[in-house]
Write a protein that binds this ligand. Structure first.
Ligand code: UFG
Length: 347
């Protein structure tokens, strides 16, 4: 299948590109490189031995010809059967400070993509959604029947929930479209080669890249956001999923699309606390991770854990990699590329 990957140079996009190519699919990467590097695509080419077509374009820009409407001119005449839509802004805190930018980028890019797909006859879309659409957990583990879009606490989360609705409506209006919404829990890890991985710009917002930067000596200590939650050790519990498992989930979803719109959780079904992640990383890296307990981060919930049974049954997919492997692979990537893609590589 020829698959367009919007945001295909990003963290999850680059790993998914690699797995798609290994499974015999053809990949086209569309990215504006605002928070990603062309070096990631180059390394996927190197790992797979396959050249990748890259379209350098901002999917949220209006079509210069019409001012709005049928997506960026960059997609005119580009033929693909399916799209995996990763592109978007993803920093929760920034979304609170810059709501209009987040809504404009994350919603207009989806609208443009759907219009471009209708124009050129593409019939499958897989969307990068998030467990954040579930808001404050009403029950654990969270299955796909959990309420969506209730009491979300930031524009990033709302933009994911709104995009889910936009895709459902677009699918209803175009029955030949098969749509899949993938609700990720907490993606971590890297390709085991250490050649591609997560390369956040500035201070990492997320736990694993922050720990990795402490381990490599870039940051002094981890701030643990709160130890008073009703969890195993008082720190927040999340369902960490290895990015290679996540990438395989995308391929499974793409290969098993069904009529209509279907949502799947992509998670392991197992929760780990912040301190459990710290200890797993210390073991994997052989480095001590100094940390201090600080007040809880506003908007954080105590615990989020996926019920992945639907994806297991319908996609024939399940996670196979452990948190220990995710830490080892993150460490391989971080220690070989302490400056990320821009810093070149020690490999
Ligand atoms: N944490 C720390 N210190 C840090 C960073 C995180 O203690 O420096 C803690 C958080 O409080 C939380 C856990 O580590 O308990 C995980 O935090 P992350 O920021 O890594 O991930 P979140 O669960 O907050 O957010 C992730 C994605 C979001 C998505 C959300 C949905 O990053 O994009 O899951 O659940 F919206």
């Amino acid at each position: 299948m020829r698959v367009l990957l919007t945001g295909g140079a990003g963290y999850i996009g680059s790993h998914t590109a690699l797995v798609l190519i290994e499974r015999g699919h053809e990949v086209i990467v569309l990215d504006d490189f605002s928070n990603s590097s062309v070096e990631a695509v180059r390394r996927v080419e190197e790992l797979t031995g396959s050249p990748i077509r890259v379209i350098d374009a901002d999917l949220s820009a209006p079509d210069p010809a019409t001012g709005s409407g049928v997506g960026p001119a960059a997609l005119a005449g580009v033929e693909f059967e399916a799209a995996i839509h990763f592109a978007g802004l993803k920093a929760v805190g920034e979304s609170v400070r810059q709501p209009t930018r987040y809504y404009r980028t994350n919603l207009v890019s989806t609208l443009n993509l759907l219009d471009a797909m209708r124009e050129n006859g593409a019939t499958k879309i897989v969307f990068s959604s998030s467990a954040t659409v579930y808001g404050d957990p009403q029950h654990l583990p969270q299955d796909e029947l959990h309420p969506v879009g209730v009491g979300l606490t930031n524009p990033y989360g709302w933009s994911k929930a709104m995009n889910e609705q936009i895709i459902r409506d677009a699918q209803a209006a175009r029955p030949e479209l098969e749509a899949v919404l993938l609700r990720y829990f907490n993606p971590v890890g890297a390709h085991p080669s250490g050649r591609i991985g997560e390369d956040p710009s500035g201070i990492p917002n997320n736990l694993m890249p922050f720990i990795a930067q402490v381990a490599v000596g870039k940051r002094e200590r981890l701030s643990v956001f709160g130890d008073g939650y009703p969890t195993v050790d008082g720190t927040g519990v999340r369902d960490y999923i290895h990015v290679m498992d996540l990438a395989e989930g995308h391929v499974a979803a793409l290969e098993r699309t069904m009529p209509g719109t279907t949502a799947y959780n992509l998670g392991s079904g197992t929760g780990s606390s912040v301190l459990e992640v710290v200890r797993a990383f210390e073991t994997a890296s052989g480095r001590e991770i100094p940390y201090e307990i600080v007040p809880a981060r506003p908007g954080d919930v105590a615990e989020m854990v996926a019920d992945p049974a639907k994806a297991n049954a319908e996609l024939g997919w399940r996670t196979t990699r452990t948190l220990a492997e995710a830490c080892a692979d993150t460490w391989a990537w971080q220690s070989a590329n302490p400056g990320g893609y821009a810093g070149g590589s020690a490999a």
